[in-house]
Write a protein that binds this ligand. Structure first.
Ligand SMILES: [Mn+2]
Length: 325
């Protein structure tokens, strides 16, 4: 279930979704997961625009974080729904489980498009293919099947999903397929240099916090694990980036960034070298991909979170063979 094996029936599943969308005569609500990343926002916005171009009544419900806000126009933003109206369809993207979905309750007729291996294949129709680098790749294939004419407005958010989920085409999920798709999307008129530049903009407080976060860097287990956290009292949007900095500590097989939130401590986990960030996240009640995952430790502070985290990482390092028992 956690493997990256392709779905052998990918084309059939995609075809079924394309036909259902083409036949749609009632409103379609498009939602994604909490704390949306570039793939969540990009894949959902790209598909929403493509379906609008087909003349469908589409309501995109998402709250882009600050660094992704530029992708959407003001009039494209819609507030969350308490209920999905009778007869409407809910399309859920990039959400590993129904409990991660935000913006609307998962009810009524549900279509589920995702690339997380742990996705339980919920919904009436689903395309879940863990071999895809991003949900945006599935959306690209779907838009092709729908026969919508590609424009820069549709291609830009879709390419954003590919860029962010592959770490600028640098992570292990950077397949020939995703590079070909990116080339094709650039060919549809995306301003690539402008897009990648814009995706890296961060507010001044981010840079002011960076120094204080780096002072919290600690190495554990002889340097196999590197951690850092957001010091109490600091408020920074887009703090997931910090794990992207510490993950390059030489010798570290796993990196974890901790951040206190009202609901608990949020962990962003990255791994390499046969160590699974996903396994650590799942053991702590979270989820994600093998090299990049996350979890929220509810109702506790930073100190307690470190005490929960360290044995979970140690168990995974042992499983991956970093200690002889
Ligand atoms: Mn994704």
């Amino acid at each position: 279930m956690n493997s990256n094996n392709p779905d052998p029936h990918y084309r059939e599943h995609l075809q079924a979704v394309a036909e259902a969308l083409k036949a749609l005569k009632t409103p379609l609500y498009i939602v994604t997961h909490v704390d949306p990343d570039g793939d969540a926002i990009g894949s959902s916005l790209g598909l929403a625009r493509a379906l609008k171009a087909l003349g469908k009544e589409v309501i995109w419900i998402a709250e882009p974080p600050r660094y992704l806000r530029f992708l959407a126009r003001d009039q494209e933003l819609h507030p969350a729904l308490q209920r999905v109206p009778e007869g409407a369809t809910l399309l859920v993207l990039d959400s590993a489980e129904p409990g991660r979905v935000t913006g609307a309750p998962v009810e009524g007729r549900v279509i589920n498009l995702d690339h997380h291996g742990t996705n339980p294949r919920f919904g009436d129709l689903w395309v879940v293919d863990p071999s895809k680098s991003a949900t945006a790749q599935i959306v690209k294939d779907l838009i092709d099947l729908l026969g919508v004419r590609w424009t820069p407005e549709i291609a830009t958010p879709v390419l954003t999903g590919l860029i962010t989920d592959t770490g600028n085409f640098a992570f292990a999920n950077t397949t020939p397929e995703v590079l070909h798709t990116a080339a094709e999307l650039v060919g549809y008129g995306v301003e690539l240099a402008e897009l990648t530049d814009r995706l890296r903009w961060r507010p001044p407080e981010y840079f002011r916090a960076l120094g204080q976060v780096m002072e919290t860097v600690r190495f554990h287990f002889g340097g196999l694990l590197v951690t850092a956290h957001l010091p109490a009292g600091l408020e920074v949007e887009d703090s997931d980036d910090f794990v992207g900095q510490i993950r390059y500590a030489e010798g570290a097989q796993i990196a974890v960034f901790l951040r206190e939130r009202p609901e608990g401590v949020k962990l962003s986990i990255r791994s390499r070298g046969g160590v699974s960030a996903q396994a650590v996240a799942v053991s702590l009640g979270g989820g994600g991909h093998v090299p990049a995952a996350g979890a929220t430790l509810r109702a506790m502070g930073l100190e307690a979170a470190y005490l929960r985290l360290l044995p979970a990482v140690e168990a995974e390092l042992r499983k991956a063979g970093y200690w002889a028992d």
